[in-house]
Design a protein around this ligand. Structure first.
Ligand code: F6P
Length: 364
């Protein structure tokens, strides 16, 4: 057996741990492993390298991906370099298949988020033996209870919420911490819960300016001279849309969110009798070492992916369900986002400890 492995989409802590898990357990079976560079770019352009034990040694704890990644390379709509050139993207999936055969691969393990897994499923439907591994700090894939990368991002966001507490308290300020997460509020919700945020704003619960102001003033009335607001980048007002930072041409999901915290700061200005400061965490949430949980989860995913290859269970994605490693058909895993439900237990938990969601209509 000879298997290819690629990492695609935005990077996150734990990618290398999956690559290591797949590679080590493939090598132990006597298989050969080929690392494909920069996601689907390497498959289309034939850019790859062999992976042996020394290549994956010591990478368990390393952030990023030793294989490189791309969030724009799509074999079915491939923009030829330079990116953004006037030439229209083309379907180069035939090249991907040709390189797959030329390399003598028996299977491809594609590690990525919804966009990557959608492409992997398209390749599978056209005959490529593919296994998917779910990755994203956003934790928004519906077919797995958790994705690797999320816990590491959460650790960074929680530390930030912890750290702004002391400076908020010293200055009697409102500190706004903005997390990533795209259209799902998981990072903001859990970091807000774990860090003791006073107000948590999520894409799933549109906020009302008056309710945020009321929550800050209510704290003030109780003698709390500072407030911490944890806001997801996808948070939006009850009447209005999300804050778009930029549009990345050629990306499977071209919209990049960011900057909503400045709008929150503006609406508090002159209304709460306190100064407001904004901290946008951005890509620090995706950088650095994976947490122990993510190393454990990613290793389990990698080994499970090799197991699925050995059983020829192609067209499936490894998943984590009820504290066990499982798998689901790729077709059931893609296109459906897992978002926070406003009636979830953890929303009630937060409300139970006095957290506001900036919307008095939400009671959990
Ligand atoms: O999907 C992961 C993620 O980090 C989102 O939370 C964020 O909105 C987006 O990717 C940022 O993308 P980029 O790395 O292209 O700026």
């Amino acid at each position: 057996m000879k298997i290819g492995v690629l990492t695609a989409g935005g990077d996150c802590p734990g990618l290398n741990a999956v690559v290591r898990g797949v590679t080590k357990s493939a090598l132990r079976r006597g298989w050969k492993v080929v690392g494909i560079c920069d996601g689907f770019r390497g498959l289309v352009e034939g850019d790859f390298r062999g992976l042996d034990d020394t290549d994956v040694s010591g990478i368990l704890v390393r952030g990023g991906t030793i294989l490189g990644t791309s969030n724009t390379a799509n074999p079915f709509s491939y923009a030829l370099p330079p990116l953004g050139s006037p030439e229209r993207p083309r379907d180069l999936s035939k090249l991907a298949f040709r390189n797959f055969r030329r390399l003598g691969l028996d299977a491809l393990v594609a590690i990525g988020g919804d966009g990557t897994l959608t492409m992997a499923n398209q390749l599978y439907k056209r005959g490529m033996p593919v296994i998917g591994v779910p990755k994203t700090i956003d934790n928004d894939l519906s077919a797995t209870d958790v994705t690797f990368g999320f816990d590491s991002a959460l650790a960074v966001a929680t530390e930030a919420v912890d750290r702004v507490h002391t400076t908020a308290e010293s200055h009697n300020r409102v500190m706004i911490v903005e997390t990533m997460g795209r259209y799902a509020g998981w990072i903001a919700l859990r970091a807000g819960l774990a860090g003791g945020g006073d107000i948590i704003l999520l894409p799933e619960i549109p906020y009302k300016a008056e309710d945020i102001i009321k929550a800050v003033l209510e704290r003030k009335r109780r003698g709390k001279k500072f407030s911490i607001i944890v806001v997801a980048e996808g948070a939006k007002p009850a009447r209005g849309g999300m804050t778009v930072a930029k549009v990345v041409k050629g990306s499977t999901d071209p919209v990049r969110l960011g900057g909503v915290s400045y709008k929150i700061a503006e609406l508090l200005d002159g209304r709460v009798g306190m100064e407001t400061r904004v901290v946008i965490l951005g890509h620090v949430q995706r950088g650095g070492q994976p947490t122990p949980f993510d190393r454990w989860l990613a290793t389990g995913f990698g080994v499970k992916a090799a197991e699925l290859v050995s059983k020829k269970m192609f067209g499936r994605m490894v998943s984590f369900r009820n504290y066990g490693f499982a798998s689901v058909p790729l077709s059931a895993a893609v296109g459906k986002l897992r978002r926070v439900s406003p009636s979830a237990q953890e929303i009630r938990t937060a409300i139970g400890v006095g957290t506001s969601f900036g919307n008095s209509g939400v009671t959990g």
